[in-house]
Design a protein around this ligand. Structure first.
Ligand SMILES: O=S(=O)(O)c1ccc(O)c(O)c1
Ligand SMILES: [Fe+2]
Length: 341
């Protein structure tokens, strides 16, 4: 008898380990404008202006930068137990997380998915102050809310199939006749809550935050340029092919990648069709055909296991970067060259 999947509502919270809390606070709060709703010498709880829950990102001080968890909200308290049963039935590690372990979050279950990612499911959450119309508080890029996770994993097909079992639907893919190179999957009625990028993993590729309009993205670039902190700008601004979103990728002081993201599209109808991009289409990752910088394909944040130890990397046999010539501005590079990079 298959164990029913939990009813996942959305990607809701994440926790990153950062090595210099003050420097991280400058980047995420002073420069980008995230709201620090609670903080002490060890941890900062951040949220966007449209968030209704306590927070959506936790920065925790630690000796080595890494991804501690990706957290999904589930619809009912019973779905937390369902999540535990679903993963336990597959022989995957699970951990009960007492209420308040993360401030503002009730009891949760933390698991390692089959690809080594630390994933948490929670229901109860404290409501934070309603700042959606506190325009007097908005600063920097005026981040609205958390939108999605993107992770690097060597077998995108396997990850896609597992999350489909978890009840995620597929909005878009990048593929060719031989394989799928990337997939975007959703529970909330937008393009994605989780995306899988082919590459050595388990590693976090990025966490994306929605901003109201493209001008907040341009303002983030101008702010970082003004303080000569333009080195934090990695890719963009630009228009994605996949998702149609306007985007900007930044790297925080530890190299954690975040995306500022706006104007993707609705996916909530029951017969929503998956849109499949050919890996050779130069507009798939940037609709204007701009190059994807190599670091965007190659770099990510170490995933930490439930024991807090960094997860061993597994490398893919072939990667999009070695297959595609054109928009990525990359000639065909050999895997050996990639391994050396
Ligand atoms: O670069 S892609 O167009 O594939 C893309 C689309 C949506 C995203 O959220 C993303 O990070 C990357
Ligand atoms: Fe993204």
């Amino acid at each position: 008898m298959p164990v029913p999947a939990p009813d996942v509502v959305r990607a809701a919270d994440a926790e990153l380990v950062v090595t210099d809390l003050a420097r991280s606070r400058w980047f995420w709060v002073d420069a980008l404008g995230f709201e620090a709703i609670e903080e002490d010498d060890e941890v900062i709880y951040l949220r966007g202006y449209e968030e209704f829950l306590h927070h959506s990102l936790v920065l925790r001080k630690g000796p080595e930068a890494g991804l501690r968890r990706l957290s999904y909200r589930v619809r009912t308290p019973e779905d937390v137990q369902r999540a535990k049963d679903f993963f336990a039935a597959k022989g995957l590690p699970t951990q009960d997380v007492p209420a308040g372990t993360t401030r503002g979050i009730g009891e949760a279950v933390r698991v390692e998915d089959p690809f080594g990612f630390p994933v948490e499911f929670f229901h109860h959450a404290e409501q934070g102050p309603r700042h959606v119309q506190r325009y007097d508080l908005r600063r920097g890029a005026e981040p609205s809310r958390i939108d999605h996770f993107n992770v690097l994993t060597p077998d995108v097909q396997a990850a896609h199939d597992f999350y489909a079992e978890l009840g995620f639907r597929t909005s878009e893919t990048i593929e060719d006749a031989d394989q799928i190179y990337a997939a975007w999957m959703f529970r909330k009625p937008t393009v994605h809550d989780i995306a899988f990028t082919g590459g050595a993993g388990p590693r976090l590729h990025h966490i994306a935050f929605f901003v109201p309009e493209s001008h907040q993205i341009l303002r983030a670039c101008d702010i970082l340029g003004s303080t000569a902190d333009h080195g934090h700008i990695e890719r963009g601004p630009g228009r994605h092919g996949v998702s149609n979103a306007f985007y900007l990728y930044l790297r925080d002081p530890d190299g954690h990648r975040l995306e500022l993201y706006t104007s993707d599209y609705y996916t909530g109808d029951p017969d929503h069709q998956t849109y499949r991009w050919d890996v050779q289409d130069p507009r798939r990752r940037d609709f204007w055909g701009h190059d994807v910088v190599p670091s965007w394909y190659r770099e990510g944040s170490t995933a930490l296991g439930l024991d807090g130890a960094p997860k061993e990397l597994v490398h893919p046999p072939v990667s999009e970067e070695t297959v595609h010539v054109g928009a990525d501005g990359l000639g065909v590079v050999t895997e050996a060259e990639l391994q050396r990079s």
